[in-house]
Design a protein around this ligand. Structure first.
Ligand code: GDP
Ligand code: MG
Length: 162
């Protein structure tokens, strides 16, 4: 069985873009507006030490409704079948209250989680990750899903923690 790596995070942080990068496809819909990917989307990737299965999910969490309520069934199912969770956050937004809630929720699962600081092409990657140490997860992995920066390192990191 291939390891299952599942992308989790608020809408619009770049999950589908990273899915496409990890699978080298354009199967996942990428949009400028949140919430487009409604179901789970599966792909096989072979970057670095691969192969692996990648699962894209619709986003979770808005402050208004609360993460618990908004953790859609599809996302919960995707989390259940995951061997490793990639928790994506957005450099451009910084660490948001929703990110804090999601981190808390994910930590309780006891599954391996890698924190992925996406859109790090928009600023100095060292500055980009600084704001996210407060999430209390392991070392943040700075990537740019659009440019492919940091993606191979990320997958190597994931495989070292499976
Ligand atoms: P999702 O809702 O989490 O699946 O996010 P999407 O993959 O649909 O991306 C949301 C928006 O962020 C799109 O306009 C993407 O082009 C943009 N985006 C995604 N990754 C990056 C990145 O690494 N750098 C920049 N600058 N923009 C990105
Ligand atoms: Mg999406």
């Amino acid at each position: 069985m291939l390891p299952v790596i599942t992308l989790i995070g608020r809408p619009n942080v770049g999950k589908s873009t990273l899915f496409n990068r990890l699978t080298r496809t354009r199967d996942a819909l990428v949009a400028d507006f949140p919430g487009l990917t409604r179901d789970r989307q599966y792909g096989v990737g072979r970057i670095g030490p691969g192969p692996y299965v990648v699962v894209d999910t619709g986003g979770i969490g808005t402050a208004a409704e609360g993460v618990e309520a908004l953790m859609e069934r599809q996302v919960q199912l995707a989390i259940d079948e995951a061997d490793h969770l990639l928790f994506l956050v957005d450099t451009k937004d910084g660490c948001t209250p929703e990110d804090m809630e999601i981190a808390q929720r994910l930590r309780r699962l006891g599954k391996p989680i890698s924190l992925v600081v996406n859109k790090s092409d928009t600023m100095d990657p060292l500055l980009a990750v600084a704001d996210f140490h407060q999430l209390g997860l392991d070392e943040p992995n700075a990537v740019s899903a659009t440019q492919g920066l940091g993606v191979r390192d990320l997958i190597e990191h994931v495989f070292s923690r499976l």
